[in-house]
Design a protein around this ligand. Structure first.
Ligand code: ACM
Length: 530
């Protein structure tokens, strides 16, 4: 009897221990823990049944080498870790994978190399969070709740540069996030080299949110290609944003002849929709952009145009346009402009993405994606879904990561007194915004956005991103019914150890006082863009 009692206790302990070891974030759809461990060491070999998986094996080998000093070799048959591509079937999710961990063998199988990659990310997380390079025995089958799991970084207001962007991409891959939305143009600066219009970067790249005189900082086309290749190795697509017709200040500094003017707080804020040459100028820019960014998805902005389009009321070219096209007000001009620019993009076989203001414009629904960002305007989401647009949810509350995460934090944004603690990021349930099965299918997924008026240094960027990025990942990947904030918090504890190892400064909700807020390095900005 006593033996049985001890055995049961040991079993419970082992099961609990195995669970605790299995700190995979985001939590897989199905996870069955077993007994024992696979021991990772230099005798372990890695093989694959299809050459398309060579790069995934290579990625994993190098992660283990750099993070653990383990030198896994590739082997053509009977390797201890096997990557198995299954024959393609119709209607399978390319993200899905199965992972079998036995004491003497690990097998990852999927229909697509992407699924194999995600399976190996799960193995990597287990290897990095487990003790003594032991990977707990388990059977996992996994697929994400949402196809779109994104993160946006604003590099117009502050420029972080190639190495920081790569580091963010690396962590995105670690959390199975798959879309990097790069906000490269706005009021303070333009950060993308365009060969036909070199002054966009050379002049538009000068300055940032707090200092208009900083020497130009921007990405050359060679650097863009390098970063896109880096992202592609990690199954991340990169979507550039060329914001128009508002937020065009930096572009207008470089080429004032296309400016439609601005307003007191936002000088030279818009492009001029009344000039024919504006459309060919912007189309030329989009042509280069669409070659550089192979996702064939370009974000055209469309937000907050009313902040600075009052000069449109008296501009003779715009008045002529209104008469010719029977446009009754500035909103109609904006929609006319956007339809033409979206058409230009469609001609390039690319889809257009817009902020939710453009749900009101009459754009073709099969080529348009709307980002719902204004949580106080649920009607914009209803309009977008009602019109049949695909939608990505990134409401400021709780998905703007430049909002603070604790009531005592002072440097980031708040919405009245509201802010974005990790628990609310975690709890975000995209499906709850759908009123029908059709609407559910139109919701592609979720995205967190980091605007950088209040972020002028890498350490502060890390502090806002970590660990909320982990909560974002689980909100995007794990089915709502499987989400468990307590289990997530336990698993997160082991990921915080990884953040320490990586030299990241992060916010720890359980030890807030030991992880005080990182302030701005320079003067705190007074006016935030909302
Ligand atoms: C936005 O935050 N202006 C989209």
């Amino acid at each position: 009897m006593r033996f049985l009692y001890i055995s049961i206790l040991l079993f419970i302990y082992n099961a609990a221990f195995a669970q605790q070891q299995a700190a995979i974030i985001p939590m897989p759809a199905n996870f069955v823990a077993g007994a024992g461990f696979f021991q990772l060491n230099n005798n372990v070999t890695i093989g694959f049944n299809n050459d398309r998986l060579k790069a995934v094996a290579y990625y994993f080998q190098n992660e283990l080498l750099s993070q653990k000093g383990i030198t896994l070799q590739q082997k053509s048959s009977n390797a201890t870790i096997m990557l198995m591509l299954k024959p393609v079937k119709k209607n399978v999710d390319s993200n899905a994978y199965q992972l079998s961990i036995k004491p003497d063998k690990i097998t990852v199988s999927a229909y697509h190399p992407r699924g194999i990659f995600y399976g190996m990310i799960s193995v990597l997380q287990l290897a990095l969070t487990g003790k003594n390079n032991q990977i707990p025995v388990a059977e996992i089958s996994d697929a994400p709740a949402y196809a779109w799991r994104g993160l946006m970084l604003d590099e117009s207001r502050h420029f972080f540069g190639r190495e920081k962007v790569k580091s963010i991409l690396n962590w995105m891959a670690f959390y199975k996030l798959n879309t990097f939305h790069w906000h490269l143009t706005d009021e303070p600066a333009w950060r993308l080299e365009i060969k036909n219009y070199p002054n966009l970067a050379l002049i538009g790249g000068i300055g940032d949110y707090l200092n208009a005189d900083l020497p130009a900082q921007f990405y050359t086309q060679a650097e863009i290609k390098e970063i896109i290749a880096y992202a592609a190795e990690r199954y991340i697509k990169v979507i550039p944003e060329i914001d128009m017709p508002g937020h065009a200040t930096a572009a207008n500094k470089a080429y004032p002849e296309y400016s439609g003017g601005g307003a007191a707080g936002h000088p030279e804020f818009t492009f001029n929709p009344g000039l024919e040459k504006t459309y060919s100028y912007l189309t030329d820019i989009l042509k280069e952009t669409n070659v550089l960014f192979p996702a064939q998805l370009i974000h055209l902005g469309g937000d907050e145009v009313s902040y600075g389009n009052e000069k449109w009321n008296n501009n003779p070219d715009i008045l002529k346009l209104c008469e010719r096209e029977k446009l009754k007000d500035n909103a109609a001009v904006e929609h006319y402009f956007m339809k033409r620019m979206a058409d230009s993009l469609y001609q390039l076989n690319a889809k257009a993405i817009f902020w939710d203001e453009m749900a009101d414009a009459d754009l073709p629904k099969d080529k348009t994606i709307i980002y719902w960002w204004r949580q106080e305007k649920p009607e914009q989401l209803r309009t977008a879904l009602g019109k049949g647009y695909q939608v990505v949810l990134c409401p400021r509350l709780p998905l703007y990561f430049d909002f603070v995460q604790d009531s005592t934090h002072q440097y980031g944004r708040k919405w009245n007194k509201l802010y974005n603690p990790i628990a609310q990021v975690y709890a975000f349930d995209a499906a709850s915004f759908a009123n029908s099965t059709t609407e559910k299918q139109l919701i592609l997924g979720i995205q967190a956005n980091i605007w950088t008026e209040t972020v002028d240094n890498n350490v502060r960027l890390d502090y806002l991103l970590f660990p909320r990025i982990a909560a974002l990942a689980e909100a995007g990947w794990t089915h709502q019914g499987k989400k468990d904030f307590k289990a997530f918090t336990t698993n997160l504890g082991q990921h915080l150890v990884l953040y320490n190892k990586a030299g990241l400064y992060y916010y720890d909700p359980s030890k807030a006082l030991l992880h005080p807020e990182i302030p701005m390095k320079r003067k705190k900005p007074l006016n935030y863009k909302d």
